[in-house]
Design a protein around this ligand. Structure first.
Ligand code: ADP
Ligand code: ZN
Ligand code: ZN
Length: 718
């Protein structure tokens, strides 16, 4: 290709930039190329050859990077997402280039290892590196820093002293080929029927979406493994998306077991070199199965032939900032563009997916029973008005007795409370002072393990003070309400002989969390106390009791999906009980047992709940029947942010079918020192919400500290 081409750069630009192709370069659409931009050099992708603008100022492409080009489908996918979410396509592309090493100049691509020489002077940091690096393979400086926990500066110093030496990076370990027939289980009749439907969708070689709607423990995983086997047998790549990093390592083991080869893993906590290995493996087609978080959608797939979205109802699939895409929805789009099947799995499917089943857009496969002899747990409500716990305690007598009984029987119990930390609010008993975050309109949450007050919105933390900062009373601070750490404290007093595991994202992460989950499954702990982390997919065969501390928590929000979300959470947590041979039960503490949602939960009436929920959404024109978009205006100056928002009102385009609510102060009116106002755009599914918003905001440029962000299909209403 010669002449001028458009190169998309991984930056927040409105369009691709023109570059000319020097005669000595062989450049094609989709190629990764190095181009000059101002005084920098940057890697982008040749996006099209549709440029006519020939001017003297167009600069040359520097070189072609030796990587497989992005396919036409990937480029279409990136454009599609950019159009739908009203985001710069360069920012979508950037999501797919998060494997830094690949795009770095070669001089940074050296590995370092110990030479055996001792440094002249020993510092604690140096000693640490010497100890840690002894058993490590050669790795890049930044990796070595990450693994050993010393700074790159220390490493550079040791390189200068000849304590570390540079060597070529070792080649990447190859990916083992998964075997479709690896280790098979014998499927039950209903599982076999479901698997057959899925295999047919694979052999159809066309786009389809199938929802596997199977109760917790019904063996959905075993069933979709059959679809994966069929896809890899055809030489296609498979992506298995999970909502939470915490789940991936457990899943990796299961996939490895089934296909007799470890799959590739992709999420934000991967070490840089492993990211690079997976990125290259996917680009070359060698990595056939990837188990990953939502960003795995943007890997450089060569022959993707199946996406499975497990726990498809999870809101965690929605990206919170930047390009605010929903990974489940975009999986469906990818399947449509790439003409391959997509499988969504859940025990508590989203209303979105169920309505698509109703409309005939998605196929529906159901598994109504648990695998083997396991039964679904009995769910009972505990009325907290008639069973009040004593002050400073959160367990009612019936729940405490049930835990005691469970432990006496040698089984495991689970207590669920979706609140991290020790107490959601700390106040002064003398003067009533409450601890607020200085940057957000929210309370600071006490974390007793770390002895800190932490803001859950911006991460700000401060030590728990000895005296009240307001009235200077000593020892006057009191925690209010329960967090998971406080619940654990009560449990330790009540059940002194129980081995207690706390499962919460700020107590255990990555490997240690994986270890804990494995240990729980093996029965090393008797009592598990967890946040929503425990609601997701774990299989603990000895767990027979699930206790929900506060069923009312999630119902009290402004989120239109609050009811659905509460249902899902409670059903999933309850569903952890009784997955093995022993029957399980769930006890749900609530102050409003008459609430229709809780009544339906206790009666096991999923259909009844859904009918009710659909009716509410339909009547209010809410998703999945209507469309929403959030527009958030923020600024460090409250008046300025408000005037900016008010000025936008006059620009709202006239529309018969689209309405705009607001601006109103967002429920969290301040985050990270920024004051926030929000508009909510509401319309039917047929309306073109993107065109409306584009027209509205076309000439709007926020100045100074002001920011404007658009969230299509929002899941966060704070
Ligand atoms: P789900 O994903 O629906 O919650 P899983 O696939 O995790 O259920 O299955 C629950 C448990 O039952 C797992 O330990 C799984 O290995 C086991 N299981 C499911 N189906 C079978 C089968 N056909 N043969 C043997 N074990 C099975
Ligand atoms: Zn005080
Ligand atoms: Zn804060």
């Amino acid at each position: 290709m010669a002449g001028v081409v458009q190169v998309l750069l991984p930056l927040a630009l409105d369009e691709a930039y023109s570059y000319s192709v020097p005669e000595n370069l062989d450049i094609n659409i989709g190629d990764f190329v190095l181009v000059p931009l101002g005084t920098r050099e940057i890697v982008g992708v040749v996006w099209s050859d549709k440029s006519t603008r020939i001017s003297a100022r167009i600069r040359d492409i520097i070189e072609r990077i030796d990587l497989p080009p992005l396919t036409a489908i990937q480029r279409k996918f990136i454009n599609w997402i950019a159009d739908y979410y009203l985001s710069p396509p360069g920012m979508v592309l950037r999501g797919g280039m998060r494997a830094k090493g690949i795009f770095e100049p070669p001089r940074q691509r050296l590995a370092y290892r110990l030479t055996g020489k001792q440094p002249d002077r020993i510092t604690p940091q140096r000693q640490r590196l010497l100890n840690e690096a002894r058993d490590l393979p050669a790795m890049t400086r930044s990796e070595l820093a990450g693994v050993t926990g010393v700074s790159v500066g220390v490493i550079n110093g040791l390189v200068k002293l000849g304590v570390l030496e540079a060597v070529e990076l070792p080649p990447f370990a190859p990916f083992a080929r998964p075997d479709p027939a690896g280790n098979l289980v014998v499927l039950s009749k209903s599982q076999a029927k479901a698997a057959k439907t899925l295999r047919q969708s694979i052999s159809a070689n066309s786009f389809s979406v199938t929802l596997i709607d199977g109760v917790t423990g019904s063996g959905k995983t075993e069933v979709y493994f059959e679809a994966m086997a069929a896809a890899i047998a055809k030489g296609r790549q498979v992506l298995l998306l999970l909502p939470e990093i915490a789940l991936t390592s457990t899943f990796i083991n299961r996939v490895e077991q089934r296909f007799a080869a470890p799959p590739a893993e992709w999420h934000s906590e991967l070490r840089p070199r492993e990211r690079e290995r997976v990125w290259r493996g996917v680009a070359s087609g060698q990595a056939q199965i990837v188990v990953g978080a939502r960003s795995a959608l943007f890997l450089p797939w060569q022959k993707l032939g199946l996406i499975i979205v497990d726990e498809e109802h999870e809101p965690a699939f929605k990206q919170a900032d930047g390009v605010a895409y929903h990974a489940r929805d975009m999986s469906v789009v990818y399947g449509l563009l790439g003409k391959f099947p997509v499988i969504l799995a859940s025990a508590t499917p989203s209303l979105e997916s169920l309505v698509n089943v109703d409309n005939g857009k998605y196929a529906h496969v159901t598994l109504k029973n648990r695998h083997g002899n396991a039964e679904l747990p009995d769910i009972s409500l505990i009325d907290m008005r008639t069973n009040p716990p004593s002050s400073g305690s959160w367990l009612s007598d019936p729940l405490a007795d049930a835990v005691t009984q469970t432990l006496e029987d040698g089984n495991q119990a689970l207590l669920f409370l979706n609140r991290r930390g020790y107490a959601p609010l700390t106040l002064c008993r003398t003067c009533g002072h409450r601890f607020h975050c200085a940057h957000c309109s929210s309370w600071l949450v006490e974390h007793r393990f770390r002895n800190q007050l932490i803001c859950h919105h911006c991460g700000h933390s401060e030590p728990v003070p000895q005296i009240c900062p307001e009235c200077e009373s000593e020892g006057s601070l009191v925690p209010c309400g329960p967090g998971i750490e406080r619940l654990a404290e009560e449990a330790a007093l009540r059940f002194p002989d129980a081995a207690i595991a706390i499962l919460s994202s700020d107590i255990a992460r990555g490997k240690s969390l994986h270890q804990m989950i494995t240990d729980i499954a093996r029965g090393k702990y008797d009592l598990i106390i967890g946040t929503q982390l425990v609601a997701k997919g774990h299989h603990f065969p000895n767990l027979t009791l699930a206790g929900i501390i506060d069923a009312d928590l999630a119902l009290e929000t402004t989120d239109p999906r609050a009811g659905e979300r509460t249902w899902q959470l409670l059903a999933q947590v309850s569903g952890r009980a009784g997955r093995g041979d022993k029957p399980g039960k769930a006890l749900v503490q609530t102050y409003m047992p008459e609430h229709p949602l809780l009544q339906a939960l206790a009666a096991g009436d999923h259909d009844g709940f859904l009918a009710h929920e659909k009716q509410i959404r339909l009547a209010a024109g809410l998703p999945p029947y209507g469309q929403l978009a959030g527009i958030i205006i923020s600024g460090t100056d409250q008046n300025q942010a408000q005037s900016f928002a008010m000025a936008l009102v006059g620009r709202i385009p006239k529309s018969a079918d689209i309405s705009v609510l607001g601006p109103a102060p967002a429920p969290l009116s301040q985050i990270r020192g920024r004051y926030r106002f929000r508009f909510l755009v509401k319309c039917s599914r047929q309306s073109n919400i993107q065109a409306f918003i584009s027209q509205w905001l076309a000439d709007v440029t926020p100045k100074g500290s002001l920011r404007l962000s658009v969230d299509i299909d929002p899941y966060n209403f704070l």
